[in-house]
Structures are given as C-alpha cells and as structure tokens.
Design a protein around this ligand. Structure first.
Ligand code: MG
Length: 259
C-alpha cells in the first residue's frame, strides 16, 4: 500500500511538472489539435464545406463548358487528416523535419469527412481531380498510397502536383488551367487559392480576404485548421525560423494588442 501511495505521489508531481513546464505554443497546440481530432463541430464544418462544394458543382454542371472541368484540392487537412501526427509532436516530441517523412510513408492519414464522396461525385460527373500540395516530391509514394487506400479518385502520379522548387502553388494551378476550366479550389490555407496571400501580415491578409469575399463558398471552399498554416506563420512575422522564446513573445504581443 505504501508503495502505491509513493508511486501516486510521484505521478502527480510528474503531471504537475509537465503541466507547468509546457509553454504557450505547446498549450495552444494541445487545444487546437484536440479540437480538430475530437470535436463534432469540426466534422460538421468539414461536411458543410463539401456540401457547399457539391452545390456549387451542381450549379456549374448546368453550364456548357468548352474545356474539361477540374477541381483542385490541397492534400493536408483538406483531404488527408494528419491529426495523429500532430498529436505525436505533442506527446512524443515528434519533429516536423524528419518524422513527417515517416508519417507520409506510413500512409496512415485518414480522410477528411465528406471529401472522398464529393471528389468521387465530381469525377463521376466528368471533372478531373488535381491534388496540389506542398508536400515534398519525395512524398509522392506515400501520398499516392494513402489517397488510393482511402478511395480518392485519380490517385495517380500525373494528378498529384507536389512542391518542386517553390511553395508557390500558382504555377501548378496555371498548369491545370491550361487545358481545364477550374470549377473550384478547396483548401485549408489561403495560399491554396491565390498567391496574393503569400508573405502578408495580418492586416494585409484581412484586406485580401475582404477584397474577394464573394469567392468564399463559391469558387473557393475553405476548411478549418487551427493547428498550423500560413495564419500561424504570420503570427511569428512570416517565419518559423526564430527561437521558441521569440515565438512565445510574439504570441503574447498579439494577445496583449487584441484585448
Ligand atoms: Mg493543407
């Protein structure tokens, strides 16, 4: 009995130390990742995005187009759910550089709710599906395997356009647009839609969104991602290449300037 009590005390202290030791970034990752992983609200939003996409596609199918239709989707957190990897970064200290390669190879990503059904519907209705992702070229095999296993249409090399020498997706979008009419783009990050959102500060991102407000829910379908993305990089002044301390300071600055 004594032993059990001692173990319990040690465990309690270990938990308390962990809770106190984790910084602001880690704390925010826990809640955002749990929200994306466990909340039914997240699922509902994903269904909402793909339901709207279907509505917009049905509208477009009534119009005669001379070019073949295409739908462009991003991969991560748009069709592939990587929350298990994000959880590993919190619980096991997995690092994006290195461990994400293994995660991609494992092809264990789950499908974002609504995505497989919608993209198969679009494909059956004559659309070409293109997956434009900033995963590295070396991720092609794992990405293909994952998309295929989940039943996504056109999971083939010519339809998966990964990051070559630039994260600028405009070049790859233009490539698709050469011989397609792009009905819509689906993503979780504003740079999945237009390059005007690259390298902007918070105010500029706001006004860029305001300027094209009518496109959202029409040609641009956006999914939520509170775990990472351009929005989060923007908090750090547009780069993640600063120390954890500097990052925390930036977060406090944003909190204090918005209260
Ligand atoms: Mg994404």
């Amino acid at each position: 009995m004594k032993k059990v009590i001692i173990i319990l005390i040690i465990l309690t202290f270990a938990c308390l130390t962990f809770a106190e030791d984790i910084g602001l970034i880690q704390k925010s990752m826990i809640m955002s990742t749990l929200w994306q992983t466990t909340s039914a609200e997240y699922r509902a939003l994903a269904y909402q995005a793909y339901n709207i996409a279907r509505l917009r596609l049905d509208e477009d199918l009534k119009i005669k187009r001379t070019k073949k239709r295409a739908i462009i989707v991003d991969a991560d957190e748009t069709v592939l759910n990587n929350t298990a990897f994000e959880i590993r970064t919190i619980v096991d200290g997995a690092q994006y550089y290195g461990d994400f390669d293994n995660w991609v190879k494992s092809a264990e990503g789950k499908a974002i709710p609504g995505s497989v059904d919608f993209l198969n519907y679009a494909f059956e209705n004559g659309c070409d599906i293109y997956y434009i992702s900033n995963r590295k070229l070396s991720h092609i095999e794992g990405t293909l395997k994952n998309l295929k296993a989940l039943g996504f249409p056109q999971a083939e090399e010519s339809h998966i356009l990964l990051k070559d020498n630039t994260s600028n997706k405009g070049i790859r979008r233009d490539q698709v647009a050469e011989d397609h009419f792009i009905v819509m783009l689906i993503g979780d990050n504003l740079i999945d839609f237009e390059d005007i959102f690259r390298h902007k500060n918070i105010e500029e991102r706001y006004s860029s969104v305001d300027n094209i407000r009518d496109e959202f829910g029409k040609r641009f379908i956006i999914l939520p991602n509170p775990m990472y993305g351009e929005w989060e990089k923007t908090l750090y002044g547009g780069t993640r290449q600063i120390s954890e301390n500097e990052k925390e300071n930036k977060l406090w600055e944003h909190l204090n300037s918005n209260k």
